[in-house]
Design a protein around this ligand. Structure first.
Ligand code: MN
Length: 492
């Protein structure tokens, strides 16, 4: 998952036969120029494939069916250079199963004031052609993203890029498999949910495997693999000599290799575990989970499969961007009125993709679970804009909740805190942000992202057809409470 250029989006230009061959030739030529320009943009993460101009209901239906079946196609970018009567699109749009972005652009940026004539007007009709197309999508109640502006404008490329990244995450979920070692942490509510509904809605499956099967895989790890991983840890992290030679470190590498092998053999894109069910495993997986997350696997602790799947999708969306994405938990608060902060962390499992320095490999006791002291990576995370995202199961629907935050550098050293950690300030302010999150039923588990924006997640929620609740600079509690109430009616 190093490069999203293995994926493609199809650039589809609509027209009709009314205009004659010369106009249609120009439409096709312009479509190719626009698609080439998008391919040349450093912002666009996937290949843009220009398809022949569609002019009849049959051509539209055939092309969109082909898109459904094309395994690397993450979505359709549609543009009506000329007027394409939209009844022609109904059959194709009814069949389309991939995300659609409506690019409301125009080939010429400026009106050619001294030369404009009716030939020019007949060719450059997207101002009304795209309205006809927009109507049918609204009439059919189809979710899509509309992006307006000239195709050479970098801001248009940014809007497209956000959607394309979301589409890659969505594409990755279709048919994805997540494994759940053990069940849920006993009695916990928010990490539970309807896995059948999730598979229908999101396209991924979550199934359990006996933790004994994982223990067997760990026991079968060859000694040579253990030595290779020890050498890799030594190269990658700071570590005390005592830990370097300890049996506990060898146990940790064996857990990592066994987990990786289990995931690879089963074709899994992520997993959950729980400290309450580790029979046959000597430590709660700490550094193993941290390193597997850094490789792109999704993870959720305590059986939290919704967060595991979300972490995976967000890692795919962010491929190639500076910064990282990690499983996260709102752990403890600093209620200083002059500098209120949230400290985010977990018992062990924070992804080193968000570390701002070389992680320190350490071993410390874990107060719960009754297992041997687990090895973990300890680090601070970089300051800067970030967000927390959480999917919760509201019983009648899934809700994606996003809180924009700003991470800050540690204001004091934390010499006795043996876990990776992040400090952040929620928008619009600590009290409003946390209050809004609680009203919306957001989980304590999230995916923390340094490089995705709420735009990526809004586009993703549109593709999934689920509710998005955004807590940002503009959030007012009164309006948010009404939004939650009105959404109850909308999703009923
Ligand atoms: Mn937790």
């Amino acid at each position: 998952m190093n490069d999203l250029k293995t994926f493609e989006a199809w650039f589809v230009t609509g027209s009709q036969h009314l205009y004659g061959e010369e106009t249609l030739r120009q439409v096709a030529e312009h479509a190719l120029i626009v698609a080439d320009a998008l391919n040349d943009s450093p912002l666009i993460p996937v290949r843009i494939v220009c398809k022949p101009v569609v002019k009849t209901p049959e051509e539209i239906h055939r092309l969109l069916q082909e898109a459904n079946a094309a395994k690397d196609c993450v979505g359709i970018i549609a543009w009506m250079h000329t007027f394409s009567p939209a009844k022609m699109w109904i059959g194709g749009l009814k069949a389309l199963q991939k995300p659609l972005l409506h690019l409301h652009t125009q080939f010429n940026r400026d009106i050619p004031w001294s030369d404009i004539d009716m030939d020019f007007m007949n060719l450059n009709q997207s101002a009304h052609g795209d309205r006809e197309f927009g109507f049918i999508m609204s009439r059919m109640r189809l979710n899509r993203k509309v992006v307006t502006g000239h195709w050479q404008d970098p801001q248009v490329h940014e809007r497209l890029a956000a959607w394309l990244r979301a589409a890659c995450g969505w594409h990755d979920w279709q048919g994805a498999k997540f494994v759940r070692f053990g069940d849920n942490m006993r009695q916990v509510a928010v990490t539970e949910g309807d896995k059948v509904e999730a598979e229908i809605k999101f396209g991924y499956s979550v199934n359990t495997h006996g933790v004994g099967d994982l223990a067997a895989e760990i026991a079968a790890v060859p000694a040579s693999t253990v030595e290779e991983l020890i050498a890799d840890y030594h190269r990658s992290y700071t570590m005390t000599p005592a830990l370097f030679t300890s049996p506990a470190l060898r146990d940790a590498t064996r857990i990592e290799a066994g987990l990786r092998s289990f995931l690879q053999k089963g074709g899994y894109k992520g997993y959950t575990d729980t400290f309450e069910d580790l029979h046959g495993i000597v430590q709660l997986p700490g550094i193993a989970t941290q390193r597997l997350m850094a490789e792109g696997y999704g993870f959720g602790a305590e059986g939290d499969w919704k967060t595991a799947a979300l972490v995976r999708a967000m890692k795919v969306m962010a491929t190639g961007l500076k910064g990282g994405n990690s499983f996260m938990e709102d752990y403890t608060y600093h209620f200083d009125p002059n500098n209120p902060l949230v400290l985010g962390s977990h018992m062990l499992e924070i992804c080193p993709s968000i570390a701002d320095d070389t992680p320190s490999c350490e071993i410390h006791p874990l107060g719960i679970g009754g297992k041997a002291d687990p090895v973990r990576l300890v680090f601070n995370s970089a300051a800067g804009p970030a967000l927390n995202a959480s999917i919760v199961d509201m019983g009648n629907r899934f809700r994606l909740l996003v809180n924009e935050v700003v991470a800050v550098s540690p204001i004091h050293s934390l010499p006795k805190l043996p876990v990776a950690r992040v400090l952040w300030k929620p928008y619009p302010d600590m009290a409003t942000g946390c209050t809004a999150w609680i009203y919306a039923g957001g989980a304590h588990h999230t995916c923390y992202s340094q490089n995705l924006t709420s735009e990526h997640l809004e586009d993703f929620a549109e593709m999934a057809g689920i509710e998005l609740v955004l807590i940002d600079r503009n959030t007012k509690l009164h309006a948010l409470k009404n939004e939650l109430r009105w959404s109850e009616a909308y999703y009923r």
